[in-house]
Ligand binder design. Structure first.
Ligand SMILES: [Zn+2]
Length: 339
């Protein structure tokens, strides 16, 4: 058990808010909103969280979205997550959520945006910073993404960037080239899931067609040396989620995760939790697991934490403050070389 990992101030950049919902909140919201679930007890839900494959995971994820039906519900779910962040010493977090799931059920996009932002707004002045990154659901196609953008463009001050998430195979970012051009022209930053189950061509497409500031996952870049060179030259951050990769069978066991190879090549990697409640591992657990199974040193943990600060959408002053906070902590560990 590494106290260094537990206590270092952390930054989370790849976390889907419904994926942080703990079993007790799922049951409470289901009861409140009269949603029938196939689970009666916390143990039943915990059992469901042990999904065996992607389709069981998707089923579970849809159920967690069904119980959220108001801005107040979103605020509660986000507050639960921010409380966990506080326990983990996460000082900044940028959370993913789509609006489409809720719009299709008759809820306005404001429900999602205002509910999540209300939880951040309730933080004290020296509390956790961050915000929301609404994502397009890529397997619904470009027309739906364009409709989502028509709604989101009226709320530019309510989110940090726009992302692309969900089923990767068969839905390269190039399909969304036109909508991402409009977003880019409007001065809004973008991110995209790419190179998790899809190959390097999905990462190239995210860079060239979606103009992303960060690649979410990106682990398959190692299959293309030219891409690795490009990512290094342009300092493109990769938000890597080790436990998610294991749970969704991107790699067999944590000890087979390509993290050390990514680091050895000099890529801009940081570690995140993706769907922490569903995958049974919040950010600290992910860091502890890569230390145990991938031989990641405290210095590498520090370096990746600084990468996350720099890759974040926090303003420059906040980034400076966060780096200072992390350096103050790390300097008490004499073996760490700070940036
Ligand atoms: Zn993700």
């Amino acid at each position: 058990m590494s106290d260094f990992i537990r206590q270092i101030p952390k930054v989370e950049l790849h976390m889907h808010v419904e994926g942080s919902m703990l079993p007790a909140r799922l049951l409470q919201l289901a009861e409140k909103n009269k949603v029938k679930l196939p689970y009666q007890t916390i143990e039943d839900v915990e059992q469901a969280y042990q999904f065996k494959d992607l389709s069981e995971f998707v089923d579970l994820f849809i159920k967690t979205t069904e119980v959220v039906q108001s801005a107040e519900d979103f605020k509660l779910v986000t507050e639960d997550y921010l409380k966990l962040c506080q326990q983990e010493n996460i000082i900044h977090t940028e959370v993913f959520c789509d609006i489409r799931t809720y719009v299709d059920r008759g809820h306005p996009p404001e429900m999602v945006l205002e509910g999540i932002n209300a939880a951040f707004d309730a933080q004290p002045a020296d509390g956790i910073s961050g915000g929301i990154i609404p994502c397009f659901i890529r397997h619904l196609g470009a027309d739906i993404a364009f409709q989502d953008w028509q709604m989101l463009k009226h709320h530019k001050d309510k989110y940090l960037a726009i992302g692309l998430a969900a089923v990767e195979q068969g839905y390269p970012p190039s399909l969304f080239k036109d909508v991402f051009k409009e977003i880019h022209d409007a001065g809004i930053k973008t991110v995209a899931h790419a190179g998790e189950e899809g190959g390097p061509e999905y990462i190239w497409s995210a860079l060239k067609d979606a103009h992303v500031s960060r690649i979410d996952h990106g682990v398959t870049c190692l299959d293309d040396d030219d891409l690795v060179d490009y990512l290094i030259e342009h300092h493109v951050p990769l938000t890597v989620c080790p436990q998610s990769n294991v749970k969704l069978n991107v790699c067999g066991h944590m000890s087979q995760h390509p993290l050390q190879e990514l680091l050895k090549r000099g890529l801009n990697v940081s570690i995140h939790s993706d769907d922490p409640a569903h995958f049974g591992a919040f950010l600290t657990d992910n860091l502890l697991m890569i230390q145990e199974h991938c031989g990641v040193s405290d210095q590498q943990i520090y370096d990746m934490t600084i990468n996350a600060v720099k890759a974040s959408f926090a303003d420059e002053q906040r980034k400076k403050n966060m780096q200072q906070q992390i350096n103050d902590y790390a300097q008490n560990h004499t073996q760490i070389t700070t940036a």
